[in-house]
Design a protein around this ligand. Structure first.
Ligand SMILES: [Zn+2]
Length: 189
């Protein structure tokens, strides 16, 4: 018999899977993404998932998962790299809002990973690449490098004591996946 929290986690993962299916079927079903929608503010926010993904303009989580306003807590950086501000944002969602699922979503044709493979960047871009480069070192296959980078962000999030503790208690589940910008599909790992 599953407890309440396990059901909440499962429902959130199902919402991500079925949301992506809805997005993929949009042409056939006539579904269109409605972003102009207000939500009552008095009860605060109650997102069902945290999505950590790349800033790439072709990877908008609310579209990909056919989600409305108030449903996803989104953190985006180039190459979905994780630093202190990102970790703090994730901790806020899981610790204070009670969001049960954290998804690390990488994608194919990721410019940040490609730049890290080439190994050069200027200004603060270098800081992003510095986070990715050691993880993909020696690997020449783009697809594998992208996957290694997703794995690394996953690892960085699990380094948070608060997140780790909530995972151990069964309150939170950390998952990962990869978005295909050509097909619109998400592969969950
Ligand atoms: Zn990217």
């Amino acid at each position: 018999m599953k407890n309440k929290q396990e059901n909440k986690i499962e429902a959130a993962i199902q919402a991500l899977i079925s949301g992506n299916k809805k997005f993929l079927d949009a042409k056939k079903s006539g579904y269109s993404h409605q972003t102009i929608k207000t939500v009552p503010a008095k009860n605060g926010q109650n997102p069902y998932a945290v999505v950590v993904t790349c800033s790439d303009s072709r990877v908008p989580p609310e579209h990909i998962f056919a989600a409305g306003i108030g449903e996803l807590f989104v953190i985006r950086t180039a190459g979905n790299v994780i630093g202190d501000f990102e970790l703090g944002s994730i901790e806020y969602a899981v610790g204070h809002l009670g969001t049960p699922v954290v998804l690390v979503l990488g994608h194919n044709h990721c410019g940040a990973v490609a730049a890290a493979m080439e190994g050069h960047g200027t200004g603060n871009i270098k800081k992003v690449l510095d986070e990715i480069m050691p993880v993909i070192s020696g690997e020449k296959d783009v697809d594998k490098c992208e996957n290694l980078n997703i794995e690394h962000s996953f690892y960085r999030i699990s380094e948070s004591e608060m997140v780790r503790d909530l995972i151990r208690k069964g309150e939170v589940k950390l998952i990962s996946g990869k978005y295909d910008i050509e097909t619109g599909g998400v592969e969950f790992f």
